[in-house]
Design a binder for this molecule. Structure first.
Ligand SMILES: Cc1cc2nc3c(=O)[nH]c(=O)nc-3n(C[C@H](O)[C@H](O)[C@H](O)COP(=O)(O)OP(=O)(O)OC[C@H]3O[C@@H](n4cnc5c(N)ncnc54)[C@H](O)[C@@H]3O)c2cc1C
Length: 424
């Protein structure tokens, strides 16, 4: 289908082709819309790690009717959340009932989910025009009022709407904050570093563990808590892979982590030294991983603004958070749904006031919720993390409900307004 290049087309530029950017491009597809994703990489090297979509986000993706495409990403439903101590005693075993929240918590290999979202964005079968994805397109600046982004090679793209989904080191965040005369906000170390490992379960021989304590194929996330360090483990690709993330306070690391790369190699001997007090069977699993990646976890404080002129930031650019709640990608999917919802009546080229009004609604619906989840994710990594400005008073079970009982941005905004009226 050719796009009407005449003036009546709603032109949307998405900066960044990660989970947030691709999900938003899919959600925004529609007639009389041209969507261009500008991605700085060549998109051939997504990070090998597991990632979960919590029920709040999985529900949204299911509503997008991408079932056949998403199935190719081999989502693995997680049915339990288990907490063990370092002696292997089970402290908590929460059954995760998909029915309670309207969808299961699904675990994906990041590359699989990314490929599926890319396929959906480019598909000619879905409503609206296929998205154009331009790779090796690094955006270096943005004029928020004019809706113009400039690439490294000086090529410019103009849109009625610019969506900054360019991750934690966002260029578009700088432009939005500068346009509002706000101080720039930079990612800061949270005091925690993470090891990331993936092991094929077929190769796994963890001889000394009772399957009641730990079975790598069980559809469960298992958290083993030490005093100030932890390991989070769970299966993906229908149990063929086991993903492990070890989180350690920086001051107790035996090697130095790197904030700027997800792929810095870690050392097995240093990892084993750091987890010396953990059971032998878990150290045996560490030893079977072909690669160990290590990086320092950073997040950002809640921002004073997400919107300027024709521009909005979403995903990690707007609310990068620690992975303790597994909500980073899920909050990006919520952003995508919110944009689609508040622009749903925009069927042709919008005026600047129309764009501003819709963006303001997205911000109102998303800001408080994403900031609270960001603050709670930081709080959950204590004792290493510093205190944030947003106070969280809900207990973990209440917070799980808060996270997962989400039915989209329009309903959330209505509920938020009625809570404000009732003074809650
Ligand atoms: C250890 C760990 C585990 C995690 N586990 C989970 C989990 O279980 N569940 C979950 O929901 N989330 C998880 N997350 C978080 C999650 O991965 C992110 O929050 C999510 O992917 C959203 O990212 P994004 O698309 O906003 O940014 P990114 O994934 O960083 O994507 C940004 C994209 O923009 C591109 N880009 C950057 N700058 C430019 C530029 N100037 N011009 C053009 N393109 C640019 C980048 O190349 C990239 O493709 C985890 C994160 C970590 C660190």
């Amino acid at each position: 289908m050719a796009i009407d290049a005449a003036t009546n087309t709603f032109r949307i530029i998405v900066v960044g082709g990660g989970i947030a950017g691709l999900a938003t491009a899919i959600a925004m597809r529609g007639p009389q819309r041209e969507i261009i994703v500008l991605e700085k990489s060549r998109m051939n090297k997504e990070v090998g790690a597991l990632l979960s979509l919590q029920p709040n986000a999985q529900k949204i993706v299911e509503q997008w009717k991408l079932k056949d495409i998403i199935q190719k990403a081999k989502p693995t439903a997680e049915r339990q959340f288990r907490i063990l101590d370092t002696k292997g005693n089970i402290h908590m075993n929460i059954d995760m009932d998909g029915k309670k929240y309207g969808a299961d918590r699904m675990v994906y290999h990041r590359q699989d989910l990314h490929s599926a979202l890319r396929e959906a964005a480019l598909s000619t079968e879905l409503p609206g025009h296929p998205v154009s994805i331009v790779t090796a397109a690094k955006v270096v600046s943005c004029d928020c009022e004019a809706g113009v982004v400039t690439l490294e090679d000086n090529t410019t793209y103009q849109g009625d709407l610019i969506i900054g989904a360019d991750g934690i080191h966002s260029v578009i965040r700088e432009a939005v904050l500068e346009a509002g005369n706000h101080e720039l906000v930079h990612p800061t170390p949270t005091g925690v570093s993470a090891y990331r490992l993936l092991v094929e379960t077929a190769n796994l021989s963890s001889k000394n563990v009772d399957p009641e304590t730990f079975d790598p194929k069980r559809q469960a996330t298992t958290l083993m808590m030490g005093h100030d360090r932890r390991v989070i483990m769970g299966p993906a690709r229908n149990g063929d892979l086991l993903g492990l993330v070890g989180m350690v306070p920086d001051e107790h690391m035996h090697e130095t982590s790197n904030a700027n790369s997800w792929t810095t190699p870690g050392s097995l001997s240093k990892l084993l030294e750091t987890y010396n007090d953990f059971p032998q069977w878990i150290k045996d699993i560490f030893a079977q991983a072909p690669d160990i990646a290590l990086w320092q976890l950073r997040d950002i404080d809640a921002l004073p603004a997400w919107v300027a002129g024709r521009c909005i930031i979403i995903g990690d650019a707007a609310h990068a958070m620690l992975p303790t709640q597994g909500q980073g990608a899920s909050q990006s999917i919520e952003d995508a749904e919110a944009l689609a919802a508040f622009f749903s009546s925009t069927t042709a080229k919008p005026t600047l006031p129309e764009v501003s009004l819709a963006l303001q609604k997205v911000f109102e619906a998303r800001y408080q919720r994403a900031s609270l989840i960001q603050a709670y994710s930081r709080q959950q990594a204590k004792p290493a993390t510093r205190k944030g400005s947003v106070k969280v008073t809900l207990n973990p079970a209440e917070f799980l409900d808060y996270n997962c009982k989400y039915e989209g941005a329009v309903q959330w905004l209505e509920q938020q307004k009625s809570r404000e009226v009732q003074g809650q």
